[in-house]
Design a protein around this ligand. Structure first.
Ligand SMILES: Nc1ncnc2c1ncn2[C@@H]1O[C@H](COP(=O)(O)OP(=O)(O)O)[C@@H](O)[C@H]1O
Ligand SMILES: [Mg+2]
Length: 454
């Protein structure tokens, strides 16, 4: 009664990879990756039967619907009516006793659905839609094998999504395709398995090429990445070319030396993270064996009100609460609680309470608007300073390793796919925004004394 399953050469090869290896299916579009995930689920179910607990993850519900269709076809072919799908729960119960759940995961709140539950195989498709790896990393704690059931993770993605950079760095450029490598975050052996639509005999390839072409008419670079599965496409992190740990990271300072001018740079949020930096500007001086050319900026310390489990969510702090924490940080460093903040802080509320900045001022923290200019010139300034760090004769931007929210987010921020000179603001860009304001502040001062542009 069941129809045979035929596999492409790529799919056969992917299925031959021993289960001890985690797998990243990272080719172009139409290479048969999603179908492979379905077949991997099927094989795991057949092999481990009632002990198989499989979780398939997508970022969106629409993505889940695609896999629902795929599994209806696949399981229908193999099991006929004996496989049962509960559409409300998104759960398959297969006749061999295996359990397969289709889950949606976009925010930390949704992570709660899975917390404390165990799975033996975790599949996630289109992981390029995740701007950051943190949620997927957290999901790994839900993998628990039992007797004789190994645990495994298999991810799939096309190049060019908001998560392009972290994925390429972690899985693609570690080793040659199909060669095992150790991935430190998971502490597991992984393999990168590429494919393109050219390897997929189950589609009309000429027609598919045309379809892809009309899907991105104004973006030849993205089209090339989709066609060839090339992860070198320049969708990398926004700061990839200018930010480098070896040049920009410095050991935390014990104190701010004499003669350095200081100010705060602040990006306000309540449901979003609120982030504040202490910036210090070099008079042209050496600190801890490093020379900082005149006007270099050092981010000495950071206050980030952000949830540990979601880098894009704040702690709900009000302006007075935030101001108190800022004043404490300033007291530790012996700096005045004054600086620059995003323009939105200065918008008057409709209730006669004044602006956020007014609330800060009443709580002893004085802010001026930073963002006199557009976003792009601000980013350019920040990129210039980052790129010039380490040069003996140019001001650079240096960041203490103690600024952990900066280091957890800024290196991975994606480019805006429509406006490539801007940051993709769907990611956690709050640290980057605050730093941008901090970098613009020097220009403000020059404007005030009539020296702008010098
Ligand atoms: N082994 C297979 N048998 C039948 N159809 C397949 C097979 N592998 C892939 N396909 C079909 O090829 C198309 C592209 O495959 P898909 O897995 O969606 O590619 P990708 O996820 O890499 O973009 C889909 O329509 C899928 O159903
Ligand atoms: Mg797919």
């Amino acid at each position: 009664m069941s129809r045979p399953i035929n596999l492409s050469a790529f799919q056969q090869r992917a299925l031959l990879v021993p289960e001890e290896y985690d797998l990243f299916l990272g080719g172009g579009r139409g290479g048969g990756k999603s179908y492979t995930l379905g077949v991997l689920a099927l094989r795991h179910a057949e092999q481990y039967r009632e002990r198989a607990r499989i979780l398939y993850l997508r970022r969106t519900y629409k993505g889940l619907a695609d896999f629902e269709l795929l599994t209806r076809d696949l399981f229908g072919d193999v099991y006929g009516m004996a496989a049962r799908y509960n559409a409300a729960e998104h759960v398959w119960r297969l006749p061999n006793g295996a359990y397969l759940e289709l889950g949606q995961l976009e925010t930390a709140a949704e992570y709660g659905k899975f917390q404390g539950r165990s799975f033996t195989l975790m599949l996630a498709d289109e992981i390029g839609q995740h701007p950051m790896p943190d949620l997927l990393d957290m999901m790994r704690s839900n993998l628990r094998g039992g007797h004789d059931v190994p645990v495994r993770v298999v991810f799939a993605a096309n190049p060019g999504g908001p998560g392009h950079y972290w994925i390429a760095k972690r899985y693609v450029f570690m080793a040659a395709p199909w060669s095992p490598f150790h991935e430190p975050k998971s502490n597991r052996q992984w393999l990168y398995a590429p494919s393109t639509f050219v390897d997929n005999q189950f589609i009309d390839r000429d027609q598919y090429r045309e379809q892809l072409g009309s899907a991105c008419p104004d973006d030849p670079e993205l089209l090339r990445a989709w066609l060839t599965g090339d992860w070198t496409v320049n969708r990398g992190a926004y700061f990839a070319a200018v930010l480098e740990e070896a040049r920009n990271a410095i050991e935390p300072w014990p104190a701010i030396p004499e003669g350095w001018e200081t100010w705060l740079a602040h990006d306000f949020g309540s449901s979003a993270p609120s982030v504040t930096y202490i910036c210090a500007q070099s008079p042209g001086a050496t600190v801890a064996d490093r020379f900082y050319p005149r006007d270099s900026i050092v981010l000495v310390d950071e206050l980030a009100a952000v949830r540990r489990d979601n880098l894009n969510m704040g702690l709900g702090w009000t302006a007075p609460t935030t101001a108190e924490a800022i004043r404490e940080m300033c007291a530790t460093w012996k700096v005045r609680p004054e600086g620059v903040a995003d323009d939105a802080c200065f918008a008057k509320s409709g209730h006669g309470a004044g602006s956020i900045a007014d609330e800060f001022a009443r709580a002893g923290v004085r802010f001026r608007p930073a963002q006199k200019s557009e976003r792009i010139p601000g980013w350019q300034k920040m990129r210039r300073l980052l790129a010039d760090a380490g040069k003996p004769d140019k001001p650079g931007l240096y960041v203490s390793r103690g600024c952990s929210y900066f280091w957890a987010t800024v290196p991975y921020l994606a480019r805006d796919q429509k406006r490539v000179e801007d940051v993709d603001s769907s990611g956690p860009d709050h640290a980057a925004d605050a730093v941008r304001y901090g970098c613009l502040r020097r220009d403000l001062r020059l404007q005030r004394v009539g020296l702008a542009g010098i």
